[in-house]
Design a protein around this ligand. Sequence first.
Ligand SMILES: Cc1ncc(COP(=O)(O)O)c(C=O)c1O
Length: 376
Amino acid sequence: MTGRIYLSPPDVGPLEESYVLRAIRSGWVAPLGPEVEAFEREVAERVGAKHALALNSGTSALHLALLVLGAGPGSVVVAPTMTFAATANAAVYTGAEPVFVDCDPATGNMDVSALAEMLDMLTRAGEKVAAVLVADMFGTCADYDELLPVCEAAGAPVVEDAAQALGATYRGRPAATFGRLNALSFNGNKIITTSGGGMLLSDDEALLARCRHLATQAREPVPHYEHVDVGYNYRLSNLLAALGRAQLHRLDGMMRRRRLLRERYSKLFSGVPGVRLLGDGDEGSNCWLTSIVVDPERTGWSAAELGAHLAARDIETRHVWKPMHRQPVFAGCRAVVTGASDRLFAQGLTLPSGSALDDDRLARVVGAVEQFLDAR
Ligand SMILES: Cc1ncc(COP(=O)(O)O)c(C=O)c1O
């Protein structure tokens, strides 16, 4: 069997087609409409949040969340260094200063001791911490029982970046319910997609209403165009919301498939000393991406070598995210660094994890890895 195998491509089929077609035929093609309202309601119900606001990206969701919490020039936003750049960029859009905190090597999520050290330093210096952005990396929730009291003690509101974590739970509680505002992404590589999109969830009605206003060009509720605030064009279109509703119906099945892939990879590497799975053993993970961490001193080979072997067989893999404190764009930003994210970047490899990966393709990936391991 040939054809490129991708890391986490969209998993879209007849159900999505029927939902989008129905939305087109309804005549609600223009930006907002009943699909948007239904999608908001259904995601809120699924997650157990009181209010939801559908947006055109997860990045927009993070930006609005920070704005309504008062992030801006003269304030600081604490962010994980192990994340996708969008998390930190959202802070910069507001004019706030992003500062970074290293990760727990077992999961890639925020290291609570490093966070406490950072908050202590900022508090002592009398700096205004507008928010702590916490990302649930690879579909595993951060350690909220430890983390939330630390933020509360510092008087810093939490924004949960659950872009990667829809469907995940932490000690039985769903992702995207731990912050004052919580962001999801429906980007093409996520567990469900609207091709591009995002959502804000919150139990705070007033905060979310303020986000809705800003996301809709900050139009005042009068017959003419009246603007008191600078607004944004951040809403999700009705057609894309229809796609999202179909995907949401399939979420549990898609998570099951991703978990099956993770279990297969876990078995594949279980007898290889020096290889571990990131976030392994988390029953609440949505298994969005499965990454291995390779200690080359024990294996005699590196993550990059396995990646190159798979690439030569048209199988896509990827480095774990390069930490934000190593990104040229964030050079000079303050950070509490333990070395954990640097090691994950050097030693991590993300394997094909998408729910559209069928048995034949999975067998191709497994076969290619076995061939690599046998040759060592
Ligand atoms: C952790 C994290 N935050 C934010 C985003 C941004 O979401 P979007 O691409 O929908 O803007 C992503 C993914 O793209 C992400 O992985």
